[in-house]
Write a protein that binds this ligand. Sequence first.
Ligand SMILES: Cc1cc2nc3c(=O)[nH]c(=O)nc-3n(C[C@H](O)[C@H](O)[C@H](O)COP(=O)(O)OP(=O)(O)OC[C@H]3O[C@@H](n4cnc5c(N)ncnc54)[C@H](O)[C@@H]3O)c2cc1C
Length: 199
Amino acid sequence: MPASTSLIPTRVNPDLEKERRAATFSVEEFQCWWHGGADKLNEKREIETYLYKDLRDGHLHDYLSHEDLYHLAVKDVTEASVKLRKLQKLRNPGGDNIWPKKLYNLPALLPAHHPFATHITMFVDVIYSQGTPEQIEKFGKPAANCNIIGTYAQTEIGHGTNVRGIETRADYDRATDEFVLHTPNLQAYKWWPGGCEWE
Ligand SMILES: Cc1cc2nc3c(=O)[nH]c(=O)nc-3n(C[C@H](O)[C@H](O)[C@H](O)COP(=O)(O)OP(=O)(O)OC[C@H]3O[C@@H](n4cnc5c(N)ncnc54)[C@H](O)[C@@H]3O)c2cc1C
């Protein structure tokens, strides 16, 4: 959407601008250090410009139904993924510095939230930090590439911190090669299963 129709001001609040100008260090120099060098910072800026130049105006989302918002968020992240894969192929074929790594930086910038946020920050990270080399190879790599999508569904209405109390069962069915979920009572109802609402 063109910037002229946006309700979001394109200029920075003058008070904030004043405070930023009062910094006793070079903001640009700090950013270079933070991102690991001027070349890395430039790359980040180029990718962001390419990725966000046609991003929708976030204020419109206030008027959408949950279902429409869901479809929009999935569309946004799918489009961003296609662009990142394309750029990775163009700039560094076979690498992972743009796809999937840059997908991880999107959460704050996708107006209707990031449908893969829980997948990336909890599912992928847990496999890499706690999995065996075999598990990382079999599940971690395809998960990091978004070939399989995971979630984090621990909390139940009646069981938060007390994970020993969890009552939901997942029984493996050899015949169908699937897990059958069983919620025995209301307390076992999964609560706040991040990412699941997107799938
Ligand atoms: C932003 C957000 C995102 C979340 N996303 C997810 C998600 O993706 N998937 C998911 O499964 N869950 C998610 N949760 C739920 C989160 O994991 C639970 O909130 C957490 O497990 C705590 O459970 P509870 O809120 O039921 O609190 P409770 O377990 O009921 O605890 C309530 C209070 O009692 C205290 N307490 C508990 N047990 C003891 C004890 N034995 N001794 C002393 N004090 C105790 C706690 O410290 C706390 O202050 C999310 C929560 C938040 C806030």
